[in-house]
Write a new protein. Structure first.
Length: 119
């Protein structure tokens, strides 16, 4: 996974994300309005930690979509056969805001700790 900030001016942040087939972003939330432009790719799945499960989206180069803020914990997974790449413009509420905070998952952390102790 490659995630990089291309530029930022005040509260407007431009990011690039690249996922190879099977790669996923960290679990996170999206608290800010975003405009995402697909550079390349075939399919992306959004996996949710709650009962929503997984949503699959067919994507195409040049497609652009507005995404509303959400507090749903999720991650994106490249389920296509080729590289997925997007450029996202994120509209922050302040210049030093964290654009996509990594979600904490206490049960998962506890399970990992138990596995390390018992395993």
């Amino acid at each position: 996974m490659i995630e990089e900030t291309l530029t930022q001016r005040g509260t407007t942040l431009v990011r690039r994300l690249v996922l190879e087939p099977g790669e996923a972003t960290p679990w996170h939330i999206d608290p800010y309005l975003r405009l995402t432009v697909i550079v390349r790719g075939e399919a992306l799945a959004i996996e949710y930690r709650d009962e929503r499960g997984t949503e699959r989206f067919e994507v195409a180069s040049g497609r652009a979509d507005w995404d509303a803020p959400t507090d749903q914990v999720h991650r994106a997974v490249n389920v296509g056969g080729g590289t997925y790449e997007e450029v996202t413009i994120i509209f922050l509420d302040r210049p030093d805001a964290i654009p996509q905070p990594i979600a904490k998952w206490p049960k998962a952390l506890k399970a990992l700790e138990t596995e390390k102790i018992c395993g």
